[in-house]
Design a protein around this ligand. Structure first.
Ligand code: AVJ
Length: 322
């Protein structure tokens, strides 16, 4: 039964194309050139990312799904009853259902995602599947502070579910600021359930970002196509090739688009020169150890309460709380 007042209204803080343009121009004026990875996720980018999650080489999603399916009850027990569960980057929320099925009397589920279409679809599906849980979607860039929506029932506490190792996109100082924002949002009580990709054989990590079918290359280049579509950009997509290399010192995969020739690209009334071999850095994906991540979180007062890994210890889900 789908009660009418559970129809999901959507708080819409999706970045405007004016903000998109200014961040693109700023990034392409920087040295080295860079583009914000949050803009990967337009409708096409989100579909490509869903395809990446099914790739043989991209172990992260399968590992995390396996961990959450196996330990969902322990994770739900750690979070506790009566929670408002806030999910950052709600994606397609397959992981979330395992959790929502086992939480004791959850009050509300707040999916937060930058892609409005994806978010609306997810919210509609989940409010249908969980009529007893108030679904309150928020279309926002979760890297910027936002206030939690009011739920009809008062939750005992809030908890953040941040799967997918998306925290890996943040430089250490920004990751610390993100963890501090989450600690602030949750306060004492529920804490944070977060997925992190673990350090391992570099060839396994690099293969995950250089799949044989080239889906990751399409995902990466889609960012240039989106600039062409939405910002009157004139990138020649075939003149940029995908590159993803693990930097052992920085403990991260550096994903970039490399200019195949000396060329000039115009975006609206601006133009940018590229030397042959010049990179646009489009994403960093940091890899952690559990101890290392716990140390980072401790800097903002979050202590490690539990951790769960897959049998090969390729990926981990951590529960941290104040
Ligand atoms: C969604 C940020 C976790 O870093 O592994 C996948 C994005 N980039 N393949 C990641 C991504 C290239 C993914 N995150």
């Amino acid at each position: 039964m789908h009660n009418s007042d559970s129809a999901t209204t959507l708080v819409d803080l999706e970045p405007s194309s004016k903000q998109f343009l200014s961040e693109v121009i700023e990034g392409l004026k920087a040295t080295p050139k860079r583009l914000p990875c949050k803009y990967f996720y337009d409708e096409r980018g989100s579909q490509l990312f869903d395809q990446i999650c099914l790739l043989e080489e991209y172990y992260l999603t399968r590992c995390e799904d396996q961990i959450i399916k196996e330990f969902a009850q322990e994770m739900a027990d750690q979070i506790g009853p009566g929670v408002m569960l806030v999910e950052y980057g709600s994606g397609s929320s397959t992981k979330t259902r395992a959790l929502l099925d086992r939480l004791a009397d959850p009050v509300a589920y707040v999916p937060v995602d930058i892609s409005r279409e994806h978010l609306a679809a997810t919210a509609a599906q989940l409010s249908e599947a969980y009529p007893h849980i108030e679904v309150l979607p928020v279309c926002a860039d979760f890297t910027e502070a936002f206030t939690l929506p009011e739920s009809r029932r008062e939750p005992t506490h809030s908890a953040v579910f941040f799967p997918g190792s998306t925290i890996g996109n943040f430089e250490p100082s920004a990751a610390r600021a993100m963890l501090s924002q989450i600690a602030e949002l949750c306060g004492r009580g529920g804490g944070l359930l977060i997925g992190i990709d673990l350090q391992k054989d570099i060839s396994v990590i690099e293969a995950a970002y250089n799949d044989a079918r080239g889906v990751t290359a399409d995902f990466n280049r889609n960012l240039l196509e989106r600039i062409n579509r939405e910002l009157a950009g004139e990138f020649d997509i075939n003149q940029f090739r995908h590159r993803a290399v693990y930097d052992d010192l920085e403990e991260r995969v550096e994903i970039s688009l490399v200019s195949c020739s000396r060329q000039r690209v115009t975006i609206g009334d601006q133009s940018f020169r590229f030397d042959e071999g010049e990179s646009i850095i489009t994403e960093h994906s940091h890899k952690y150890t559990i101890v290392g991540f716990a140390k980072l979180a401790a800097q903002v007062g979050l202590t490690l309460r539990r951790s769960w890994t897959d049998p090969q210890e390729r990926f981990a889900v951590l529960h941290l709380a104040l």
